[in-house]
Design a protein around this ligand. Structure first.
Ligand SMILES: Cc1cc2nc3c(=O)[nH]c(=O)nc-3n(C[C@H](O)[C@H](O)[C@H](O)COP(=O)(O)OP(=O)(O)OC[C@H]3O[C@@H](n4cnc5c(N)ncnc54)[C@H](O)[C@@H]3O)c2cc1C
Length: 460
């Protein structure tokens, strides 16, 4: 029986649309099915940065000698090798060629905006002109020009398989469409509380503080559908979370340097201005929360800065203290009692920190920001939790060719996955800005090529 399409792609974010363009380039007939009313998913909302090594943009910026080998070594060391080396290796190898491919399609990355993303020292963060939305628009334009069909507002509910377990199509309620290969590119599961409970204890622990910055369609459907045909889930408890006092639902990536952050022992545990990629993990090591501490002059001097959310400003902090949302006390011991912090620890921390402020050097954590002493009452304590969920990293295990793997470590025939639906790529610590969108494009393109070739071979 003739199939409806060579390749069907479930989801139209960066991974799905890159797959669509690449599969069409291989000569496949392609359908993209999207559950929402427009294409793009979280990718459209995203900064769209691409973490890559050895690119022409780096060379233009004078960064020569960065390689896939160097990226792989940094990635694997940061992840303590608790990720899939073969998949990471493929990402590193294909990061530069894929970025060049995306540029060839019309997306612009500029040498002037290249930056060191994450905790590395080599600039590998490539922000696109026009953010993630522009990447989506460019990919969708090529998708359309290449005659790839797209169906919107249609949530795929299951996969079709034949007697041999090969994936042969998709189901949308009572409707079916057949194909040679399916690519699952449904994004993450930030909007699925049950899956968060099951796979992301670190996010579940933040309770009603948690909110998700991504798109409505991120319900983990691809992961569930992949599991239903034998795919296995990898990358338990992997996600990017950001620290927040929970005052509003605005994206925030940094805390002001003028405050200190302490755990329940009253001890500092980090440079408060450390990269957002590490702060949430450090908070989790303290039991999932911490307190930002400052005194009255620091509060009074807090001015609006484009680097921080607008509530780190004197009058808002005053109002929050009035409302009881921030603890306030005339002594550090009194503040400690209100916040449940060890008073001796807090006083000892303040003594050492104040000496460091006077000497102009953070001898404990080497913070570079302007520091303010903690010496003039009243004192303030604001609870901080890693409660902003940016993306989820638990998902289907793929091999380096993007085939979804079963528990016998064999590819499920006819089934591929890419993007946030994949689970064996991210370590405990996020590699840096572009470390999610980059692999979406890399593995989306690769999945499109491989699925198209697989479907073509079925014809033979
Ligand atoms: C605000 C924001 C900023 C970010 N900034 C960056 C950044 O700068 N760099 C970086 O690396 N990462 C960033 N990220 C993360 C990154 O953008 C995402 O991880 C990535 O875009 C996910 O792409 P995707 O293609 O896997 O999924 P998505 O883009 O979410 O696409 C998946 C699509 O599948 C659809 N879908 C889901 N289920 C079904 C179904 N059953 N049937 C049909 N369709 C379905 C969804 O509706 C969605 O459109 C950011 C994320 C956000 C939200």
């Amino acid at each position: 029986m003739a199939r409806d399409y060579d390749v069907i792609i479930v989801g139209s974010g960066a991974a799905g649309l890159a797959a669509a363009v690449a599969a069409a380039d291989e000569g496949a007939s392609v359908l993209v099915v999207e559950s929402e009313k427009k294409v793009g998913g979280s990718s459209r909302l995203s900064g769209g940065h691409f973490y890559a090594a050895g690119t022409s943009v780096q060379k233009a910026a004078g960064i020569v000698g960065d390689t896939a080998d160097a990226m792989f070594e940094h990635y694997m060391t940061l992840a303590q090798w608790l990720v899939d080396p073969a998949v990471v290796r493929r990402y590193c190898d294909l990061s530069a060629p894929t970025l060049e491919w995306v540029m060839g399609l019309g997306v612009k990355y500029h040498k002037e905006t290249l930056y060191v993303s994450g905790v590395g020292s080599v600039p590998r963060g490539h922000p696109p002109e026009g953010d993630g939305e522009e990447v989506i628009n460019v990919l969708d334009g090529h998708r359309s020009n290449k005659g790839v069909d797209v169906v919107l507002d249609s949530r795929v509910t299951g996969l079709l398989t034949n007697d041999e377990g090969r994936v042969t199509g998709i189901r949308i309620g009572d409707d079916e469409a057949t194909c040679g290969a399916v690519i699952l590119a449904t994004g993450g599961f930030g909007n699925n509380p049950e899956m968060i409970e099951k796979y992301l204890p670190r996010a579940a622990a933040t309770g009603d503080w948690r909110w998700y910055i991504g798109a409505d369609g991120a319900r983990g459907d691809g992961i569930t559908m992949g599991q239903a045909v034998g795919g296995i889930v990898d990358g338990h408890d992997r996600a990017l979370m950001l620290a927040t006092p929970g005052f509003s639902r605005d994206l925030e990536v940094a805390l002001p340097g003028w405050l200190v952050m302490v755990n329940q022992d009253g001890r500092r545990f980090c440079d408060e201005t450390a990269n957002y990629t590490v702060i949430a993990g450090l908070l989790n090591k303290q039991g999932g929360n911490a307190y930002a501490i400052f005194d009255e002059p620091a509060r009074a001097a807090a001015k609006r800065s484009p680097q921080f959310q607008a509530y780190w400003v004197n009058d808002v902090l005053e109002q929050k203290a009035e409302d009881g949302r921030i603890f306030r006390a005339d002594t550090l011991a009194g503040l400690a009692a209100k916040a449940g912090i060890d008073p001796d620890g807090l006083e000892g921390m303040a003594e050492r920190y104040n000496a460091d402020v006077a000497a102009g050097e953070d001898t404990a954590f080497f913070k570079k920001a302007a520091m303010a002493p903690i010496q003039t009452p009243p004192f303030y304590a604001v609870e901080i939790r890693p409660a902003i969920l940016c993306w989820t990293g638990t998902g289907l295990r793929i091999n380096a060719d993007t085939a979804v793997m079963n528990k016998a470590d064999k590819p499920i025939r006819g089934l591929y996955a890419a993007g946030e639906t994949v689970g064996n790529l991210h370590g405990d610590v996020y590699i840096g800005g572009g470390g999610s969108y980059g692999p979406c494009l890399v593995f989306g393109k690769l999945a499109g090529e491989n699925a198209a070739r697989y479907a073509k071979e079925l014809n033979d």
